[in-house]
Design a binder for this molecule. Structure first.
Ligand SMILES: *Cc1c(COP(=O)(O)O)cnc(C)c1O
Length: 352
């Protein structure tokens, strides 16, 4: 490592995204991408924006924020837009926490949180997820300077009820509670409805999963005006133009097209339920999922083995070599055809 790096950069352990191998054509069920294309209206809008690329994008993303505010019955000032929700999350860590602060998050969760904690010099405190992977709101009642968790949780897909989230918010009214709703559109109820009641609530969402626009890089945050102002202060101290013209216009049309959104999310939910049933018949324990993936473990077969054999057969799923979940696989929900291929290969592999 170069001697020119800062102490913090030498020490951080960066996040490792799911693999995107190019050696052959895989069925990709490893990064929770949406198998359906984005709405054509978004693509047309992106195409029609090409002749505006000589100009800087609109720095406040006003039209997009207005559309999102309308979607959730919020005020424009309660909406922030960023370059993917990962960026929005990183900005949140900068806006709400001080170095040496203690941040609480589940021991089984999105692996970017510990990376941000390291980068911004926070102390991590883990909340143990129950053995059935549910989260106990009561366990978030302890010393902290901030809390973050996904709902539904990743990589388990398990949903927490709003009443429990409300309990966490009440018990931590002095600290910011970030609810990462990357997967909320696949069957959960958004905590956005609690924003007017709780000044400490920040909800983040993304176009990457339910809107089929992972490649466009657009994420949002919702919260009371003062909290959102914190994110704007960070953004305008780093880069005024985090969301480019193409992304802004594509995102706007995607949010507007409610019919297409409903159609594709419903398809994924139906496929998820069908696949869940079939996996259970094949001897898998399947955690009840409200996301666009299932988290599964076989009664007899080793998960890492299954992961390798599926890969040899052209199917990529995600395996985490981590404490408590090292005998599980996370399988993204693809099209019905992709899932049938997956189930067919899996059935063959299980017979070996
Ligand atoms: C995918 C994911 C994100 C990141 O979404 P982007 O908007 O693509 O950056 C954030 N949180 C969780 C839990 C995710 O799974």
């Amino acid at each position: 490592m170069s001697k020119y790096l800062s102490e913090i950069v030498k020490k951080i352990e960066p996040y490792v995204p799911g693999e995107q191998p190019k050696d052959k054509k895989y069925i990709k069920l490893n990064t929770n991408e949406n198998p359906y294309p984005p709405t054509k209206k978004a693509l047309d809008s992106i195409y029609n924006s090409l002749d505006k690329l000589n100009l800087y994008p609109e720095p406040t993303t006003e039209n997009l924020r207005r559309e999102l505010a309308d979607y959730y019955s919020l005020k424009e000032e309660q909406v922030f837009v960023g370059n993917g929700s990962d960026e929005v999350l990183a900005f949140s860590f900068m806006a709400y926490f001080n170095p040496e602060d203690t941040i609480l998050f589940p021991d089984i969760t999105y692996s970017f949180y510990p990376v941000y904690a390291g980068l911004f010099k926070l102390k991590k405190e883990l909340v143990r997820v129950n053995d059935d992977f549910s989260l106990d709101a009561k366990l978030f009642k302890k010393e902290n300077n901030g809390i973050i968790f996904p709902n539904p949780n990743a990589p388990t897909g398990k949903l927490m009820e709003l009443s429990e989230i409300e309990e966490i918010l009440k018990n931590n009214i002095e600290n910011v509670v970030i609810v990462d709703e990357a997967y909320i559109d696949f069957g959960g109820e958004s905590a956005v409805s609690l924003i007017d009641k709780y000044p400490n609530l920040l909800v983040t969402q993304t176009l990457s999963k339910s809107r089929s626009l992972a490649g466009l890089r657009v994420g949002f945050a919702f919260g009371q005006e003062d909290l959102i102002d914190g994110l704007n202060r960070i953004k305008n101290s780093i880069n005024s133009y985090t969301v480019d013209t193409l992304a802004m216009n594509g995102a706007l049309e995607s949010i507007k097209d409610r019919d297409y959104f409903k159609e594709t999310t419903e398809k994924i939910i139906n496929t998820r339920e069908r696949v869940t049933k079939k996996l259970k018949e094949l001897g898998f324990k399947v955690i009840e999922s409200k996301a666009n993936f299932v988290f599964i473990s076989h009664e007899e077969k080793n998960a890492e083995d299954l992961f390798k054999k599926l890969k040899e057969n052209g199917i990529l799923v995600r395996y985490f070599n981590m404490d408590r979940i090292d005998n599980y696989l996370r399988v993204s929900i693809g099209t019905d055809k992709e899932m049938d291929t997956f189930l067919g290969k899996l059935e063959e592999i299980l017979k070996l």
